[in-house]
Design a protein. Structure first.
Length: 116
């Protein structure tokens, strides 16, 4: 493996990631929510994970997705490796997801997409 790539992997702590949350926001063509609502949710998620020191240590990774293709009742999020999808990811909902799912591993059933 290339030395620079190895350095980057180690710097990001990729080997330590337990969960990765993707949030549909800042869409090219907003469909599931307004662009403003998506960006507010993204800023909340990003800042909150940093406040809780979850992103700096590589335990929780976050990615801003242009579109997760659900296109209704957004912002939409998905948490891997659990493959749990969420709707209505406002800051309040994201706080529940952070506290219950990302930290404790307990999905937030009331915001899950699909069968519970």
């Amino acid at each position: 493996m290339h030395d620079e790539l190895t350095k980057r992997i180690n710097k990001l702590g990729l080997q330590n990631i337990k969960r990765h949350i993707f949030l549909c926001c800042d869409q090219t063509k907003p469909k599931c929510c307004t662009q403003e609502a998506g960006l507010i949710a993204w800023e909340y998620l990003k800042n909150r994970l940093e406040e809780l020191n979850l992103s700096q240590h590589g335990n929780i990774y976050r990615t801003k997705a242009n579109c997760l293709r659900v296109c209704i009742q957004g912002p939409i999020a998905v948490v891997y490796p659990d493959a749990i999808w969420y709707h209505s990811c406002s800051p309040d909902t994201l706080e529940l997801i952070i506290q219950q799912h990302l930290i404790k591993g307990l999905p937030v059933k009331e915001y899950m997409l699909g069968p519970v």
